[in-house]
Unconditional design. Structure first.
Length: 100
């Protein structure tokens, strides 16, 4: 299986911040074809409530972080409920660790 992250890193290596990258749609389709497809009904992203439980915070606090862009990648599902991809939660946790 192709490591999509490595291909994307190679694509942007050396580009300045804010650079725009244009790729053919067929290339993206080929990359996505190699990725596993989640089983129907599999929950991939977490709710604000689930994130709150994991972090020991109130759901409204998590929603506020999402609204403010503190948790990058968070989005509103159908314009209503906040969802946080697991990778976004990991990045948030790594960026908010206290000193060792």
């Amino acid at each position: 299986m192709t490591d999509v992250r490595e291909l994307l890193r190679a694509l942007i290596r050396g580009l300045p911040p804010g650079a725009i990258v244009t790729v053919r749609a067929e290339w993206i389709t080929e990359l996505l074809a190699d990725l596993p497809v989640p089983e129907p009904g599999t929950v991939v992203d977490l709710t604000a409530s689930e994130v709150g439980r994991l972090l020991g915070r109130d759901e409204k606090t998590v929603a506020g972080w999402c609204r403010a862009g503190v948790i990058e990648g968070a989005y509103k599902l159908r314009g209503r409920e906040w969802r946080v991809p697991r990778a976004s939660l990991r990045a948030f946790q790594e960026g908010h660790r206290g000193p060792a």
